[in-house]
Write a protein that binds this ligand. Structure first.
Ligand code: HEC
Length: 495
């Protein structure tokens, strides 16, 4: 693994040296689907602050006096006694679950006065925070796109948001936030859904509806869809099967991948997918060397000189759009190898045909080459019957000479994982919390993007801390198998 790190950073420093030409950042709706474009910085902002409020890549607005930014829109809060207007700020208190059952539209400290209707108040929340999954064809068990669909679910929606089961969002609100793709609800949004249910789910006036959302939970544009050329049935020889398959974008010139959406074929058996950039000819040789579709590959693609992955999928990962002005470069001599970990503990072995959708930067766009750098926190031994076992690893900036800009973090553990934290250590005795997942849930993994990169200085490092609960009678160590554990992250970074 250290060899691969070295190789990746070798490439990184090369790019750093050759890209001194002053990168210009610009954004538009295709590169900024979740937030708004700031006219002052030219960057995609999360669109949730009062100074820069907006969604769908539109120009950020600066909210007027007395207004706040709720669901990416400037609103004038309802004036009520004592608690009015404090809802947004109070959201980090974490007290929503406890206080949520009180009636009168109160949850998490926010108080909603006046009538709450589907079109005016609820739809703006569901559009931005639920439809990525709860839409026709999405991974949510029912759609919440229309009033007719949502009305019978009103009580269940209230329960799920007040208990903070929905939307699924793992990171702590007090470490490394805000994230561009923050899926959590503010206290005001929770209180809005609660009051709507309590009031009997009124419909309201369709004229109050927000404009229809752009593509939610999907890539704003799909330039190519690459599917495994034939189905593969996981082996019966073992329950964890690691197999790599070539999917070939067949490029005629270099392109930057700026977004991807991995579509696992059989979700009951696909445990994770990592898509590596590989040399096409070398990958074909690998493919020919083994019978059946693809080849066996543990750890990585097994194809030498891979510059690393372009993306990864684990349960919970939706479409990923990389930060504006960045992307991962693909050369025409390169293809992709999808490493799929099949776990067939469930018993059945069903033929799988996983696919990936890619979005490229427009030809000629100014893009900074980014890398998904692995942090491998191996070397732990979790004793049997141990709760709260903790392991910490430091990762010095391997270039030693160049700062690295961290835009995204994708922490990963298996099912015994309890907590994972990544911090930046710019100098001795200084730590900057970058992401903290206090209650790890294997089913909701995601990559978290920062609005502005965090710079790890040349002599700085990253520190990752993992905690597990191991109620089993097994000693658990680092491993690829479902019963093994990991303390791992991909860091999306540029020179
Ligand atoms: C990232 C995808 C995702 C998002 C975003 C999401 N859901 Fe869900 N939701 C699911 C999935 C998958 C299930 C079924 C599995 C489960 O319950 O964990 C579910 C289940 C539910 C349920 C029934 C089970 C329960 O826990 O009560 C409700 C109600 C619900 N969602 C409401 C919402 C609402 C309201 C929002 C937005 C405020 C939302 N969800 C956002 C994926 C999502």
């Amino acid at each position: 693994m250290s060899l691969r790190l070295a190789a990746v950073f070798g490439a990184l420093s090369l790019v750093w040296l050759s890209s001194c030409g002053g990168t210009r950042f610009t954004c538009d709706p295709s590169t900024c689907p979740t937030g708004c474009c700031s006219a002052t910085t030219g960057r995609c902002e999360p669109g949730t602050s009062t100074e820069a409020c907006g969604s769908g890549g539109a120009a950020c607005s600066s909210c007027g006096a007395g207004q706040t930014c709720v669901s990416n829109a400037c609103v004038t809060p309802n004036t009520a006694g004592g608690a009015s207007g404090g809802g947004e700020v109070g959201g980090s208190g974490g007290g929503a679950a406890a206080g949520g059952t009180a009636g009168g539209g109160s949850a998490g400290g926010a108080v909603i006065q006046g009538p709450v209707t589907w079109y005016k108040d609820v739809l703006p929340v569901t559009q931005t925070k639920c439809l990525s999954c709860h839409r026709t064809g999405g991974i949510g068990p029912f759609p919440l796109e229309t009033y007719a669909q949502a009305r019978p679910m009103a009580a269940a929606m209230k329960d799920a948001v007040v208990a903070r089961r929905m939307p699924p969002w793992m990171p702590s609100a007090t470490c490394g936030t805000p994230f561009v793709n923050d899926g959590s609800l503010s206290a005001t949004q929770i209180a809005t859904l609660a009051k709507w249910a309590d009031d009997g789910a009124p419909e309201g006036n369709p004229a109050d509806a927000p404009p229809p959302p752009g593509p939610v939970g999907q890539l704003p544009r799909v330039d190519t869809t690459l599917t495994m050329s034939e189905p593969y049935t996981p082996t019966a020889a073992r329950t964890d099967d690691y197999r790599c398959f070539i999917v070939d974008p067949a490029l005629s010139g270099a392109r930057f991948v700026t977004g991807y959406d991995i579509l696992p074929g059989v979700t009951a058996e696909v445990h994770h997918v990592i898509v590596y950039i590989v040399d096409r000819a070398a990958a074909r040789t690998k493919d020919m060397g083994e019978a059946g579709p693809g080849w066996t590959c543990y750890g990585d693609s097994g194809v030498s000189n891979s510059p690393g992955p372009i993306g990864a999928w684990a349960p919970g990962t939706g479409a990923v759009v990389y930060p504006a002005g960045t992307g991962i470069q693909l050369q025409p001599s390169q293809a992709l190898a999808m490493q799929i970990h099949y776990n067939t503990n469930g018993g059945t072995r069903t033929p799988d045909q996983t696919a990936i959708k890619l979005m490229y930067a427009p030809a000629g766009a100014s893009v900074t080459n980014a890398y998904l750098l692995p942090l491998v926190g191996n070397g732990f031994t979790i004793p049997p019957n141990s709760m709260g076992y903790t392991h910490t690893r430091s990762f010095a900036n391997p270039t030693r000479l160049l700062p690295i800009k961290v835009y995204g973090l994708m922490p990963h553990m298996h099912t015994l994982g309890k907590r994972i934290t990544i911090a930046g250590v710019p100098s001795a005795n200084t730590e900057d919390c970058l992401v903290d997942i206090p209650r790890w849930d294997f089913h909701w993994q995601s990559q978290y993007f920062r609005p502005q990169p965090y710079t790890v200085p040349a002599n700085g490092s990253l520190k990752m801390t993992c905690t597990w609960d191991n109620p089993t009678t097994r000693t658990v160590r680092w491993g690829e198998g479902t019963d093994d554990e990991m303390c791992f992250a991909y860091i999306y970074a540029t020179p």
